[in-house]
Design a protein around this ligand. Structure first.
Ligand code: MSP
Length: 645
């Protein structure tokens, strides 16, 4: 019987609607670091991730490509698995919601909720946000749009099953008020305010499309994708029990220690999920932690906006560990943070190349040069030795304290304080001077020993965050390839006699300007890929400012879009511009499907004289970027109805 304490951590299961970007990898990298940290600290860890494959969004995307939903998601899931392999993500299980082990158990959960008397059939009349897969009442909408993502919602009316979520409002309030179930605190207040608005029963089935798990006993309906998705956290462990199948994992790991989730899905995890578990009388997860978003200068990353940072490109250029280090060091858990190439590259140079890389190359070079490549044994401590030793052996405990609160950046900062102190120790003790006199050889040996010791401790401390680098440091220090022991980070003077093996610099210094140019050309932070630069079209004749000033440009948002009934190439848009909504027709049907345009922010030429296109009037013009035959919205982040000047 395994006596180790267990630790169960999950990431959200990602929609395989498109390849994942750096924002998605952020959560997985944090979960991976935590899982590795806990394993090193002696826990029996269960780290779960996966993909959320059902729902209207996926069905629509697949249909738009003329594919079956399963065929569509299979290709993307393959890419996600490859990404996690490239990023050396140490998950213990990967669950796909299309697997029978999951589907059967979700139906069981539905039945259990039904048996409890918590499910009834009625009709859903309200709004639905397909990108978020969430239901909204009229009152919850934000100026007619989805309050979570700001995109357009669809009016929905269909027969549906409902979950008596309202029955659980009091228990949820108590959960938030009396436990630390949900963190950070700011999210608790948001959830309390949400419940305070009146918690309505939740629609938990859909009958207007079929890409989902059938409702048991009524196969005209599929189970609402969030009910399906949230269940993954227990179905992966073998709950509910199925005949002949083991529930050993469930018994061992449930309740979960931490669900790590992005801030916009906290509501599903801290209201719907616990209520579902209450309904089936299962224990609740111990914690739901909401993290912030990684934003780009233009706002949130999104494929439709064309501003995606592709983790694979960064890894190919700088390595997995550099990217992991950056994500964990730069951002504060719970808060949004800005991504720019410049900030990332500066971190690489200062922390990885200058501090850590230099320390390793200086230490191994000096052990080579001054002691024939052999780490000397411990000597008599004097001068700054004790300070270095105390800092080094005390670091592990400080990291553990930060990790309790998911403060990855503080944990790394502690390690870098030690790294910088060790670099300073080299300057203070000046081994090159000690080498000159026979009488200071013993002191030189002690200094070299202390440097190797400090780096050995660093190699253990960074292991959860960047294990390949840790392993490389250990190999260069002659420590072999075995996984380190966390406890060894709290002891000094373990080294002596190892043969160092100098290698190439682990993080070569980067020329920042050159790298920024290269990343921009590659589309690292959202620019166009180099081979796909727009054609070199000569500019039109220059115009006077007065000519330009005749244009009245305004911002708008597309609130509905449909095909022109009499023209294949035309789309008919209703565009909201502040107080007014206008009909505008554009010849972009080859570039956009109507459903992909709704919610799009646009720039409108507002004073173009009205014109009829095949019988329908167009009142203005939308601006597009025209890349050969393909049109892309010239979008804006401003509120609609503003003047563009
Ligand atoms: N499928 C649901 C989750 C179901 S969990 C039972 C989902 N999927 S998602 O692919 O849209 O998002 C997954 C996670 O990625 C969310 O936690 C979301 O916050 C996170 N991120 C997506 N973009 C992000 C950033 N730009 N920055 C940080 N995290 C972001 O929601």
């Amino acid at each position: 019987m395994d006596k180790r304490e267990t630790f169960y951590i999950t990431t959200p299961i990602y929609y395989p609607s498109d390849n994942l970007h750096i924002g998605h990898t952020y959560c997985t990298v944090m979960a991976d670091a935590m899982a590795r940290f806990k394993r090193l600290a002696g826990y029996d860890v269960m780290f779960l991730t996966g993909t959320d494959e059902h729902g209207q969004k996926i069905q629509k995307l697949a249909e738009a490509r003329g594919q079956k939903p399963k065929e569509y998601v299979d290709a993307i899931v393959e890419g996600i698995l490859e990404l996690w392999e490239t990023m050396e993500i140490s998950y213990d299980d990967f669950i796909r919601t299309t697997e029978p082990r999951h589907e059967k158990r979700v139906q069981e959960i539905f039945l259990k909720m039904h048996e409890k008397g918590d499910i009834y059939k009625s009709e859903y009349v309200g709004w639905y946000c397909t990108p978020c897969e969430s239901f909204w009442t009229e009152n919850q909408l934000a100026e007619g749009l989805c309050p979570d993502c700001g995109r357009a919602v669809e009016k929905t009316k269909e027969e549906a099953y409902f979950f008596r979520l309202s029955n659980y409002a009091d228990r949820l309030v108590e959960l938030f008020k009396t436990t630390d179930f949900l963190q950070p605190e700011s999210r608790v207040n948001e959830m309390l305010a949400f419940i305070d608005q009146g918690l309505e029963d939740l629609c938990i089935s859909r009958s207007s499309f079929d890409w989902g798990i059938p409702v048991p006993l009524d196969e005209k309906h599929v189970i609402y994708v969030w009910l399906d998705a949230l269940s993954n956290y227990v179905t992966a462990l073998g709950f509910p029990e199925l005949p002949g199948e083991s529930m050993e994992k469930y018994e061992r790991y449930w309740p979960c220690n931490v669900h790590l989730v992005g801030k916009e899905i906290v509501r599903f995890h801290s209201i719907i999920w616990p209520a579902m578990l209450m309904s089936i009388d299962a224990p609740l997860p111990k914690h739901v932690l909401g993290h912030g978003w990684i934003l780009l200068e233009g706002g949130k990353m999104s494929k439709s906006r064309g501003n995606i940072v592709d983790p694979v490109k960064l890894i190919e250029r700088y390595g997995v560990d550099a990217l992991k280090y950056f994500l964990l060091r730069e951002y504060t858990f719970g808060q949004d943070g800005l991504f720019t190439n410049e900030v990332m590259l500066n971190r690489f140079n200062s922390d990885l190349a200058n501090d850590l890389g230099n320390l390793l190359s200086r230490t191994t070079a000096m052990i080579d040069k001054y002691n024939g490549g052999i780490v000397p044994p411990a000597g008599v401590a004097e001068g700054p030795d004790r300070e270095l030793r105390d800092l080094a052996v005390g670091c592990g405990e400080k990291i553990a304290a930060h990790m309790e609160h998911f403060r990855f950046n503080h944990a790394l900062e502690e390690i870098w304080t030690l790294i910088r102190r060790t670099n300073k120790y080299i300057d203070e003790t000046a081994p090159w001077v000690l080498d000159k006199e026979e009488s200071s050889k013993e002191r030189l040996h002690t200094v070299l020993h202390n440097l190797a010791e400090s780096l050995r401790i660093v190699s253990i401390l960074i292991y959860p965050f960047m294990h390949t680098t840790a392993e490389e440091i250990r190999v260069q220090l002659g420590l072999g390839e075995d996984e380190p022991e966390w406890a060894d980070a709290a002891t000094f003077d373990l080294m002596g006699g190892q043969a160092v093996r100098r290698g190439d610099p682990i993080f070569p210094r980067l020329d920042i300007e050159e790298e920024i140019a290269a990343l921009e050309a590659m589309g690292g932070a959202g620019g166009a890929p180099k081979e796909d630069l727009p054609p070199d079209i000569p500019y039109k004749e220059a115009i006077d400012f007065e000519d330009f000033a005749k244009l009245d440009l305004r911002t708008g948002v597309i609130v509905s879009a449909e095909k022109h009934p009499n023209a294949d190439k035309l789309l008919v848009f209703q565009v909201r511009m502040g107080r007014e909504t206008r009909q505008i027709i554009s010849g972009v049907a080859d570039s956009y499907k109507p459903e992909d345009c709704v919610g799009q922010e646009v720039i409108v030429v507002a004073n173009l004289k009205p014109r009829k296109f095949r019988g329908l009037e167009s009142n203005g013009m939308l601006l597009f970027a025209n890349d050969r035959d393909k049109y892309t919205f010239a979008f804006t982040k401003a509120r609609d109805g503003e003047v563009v000047s």
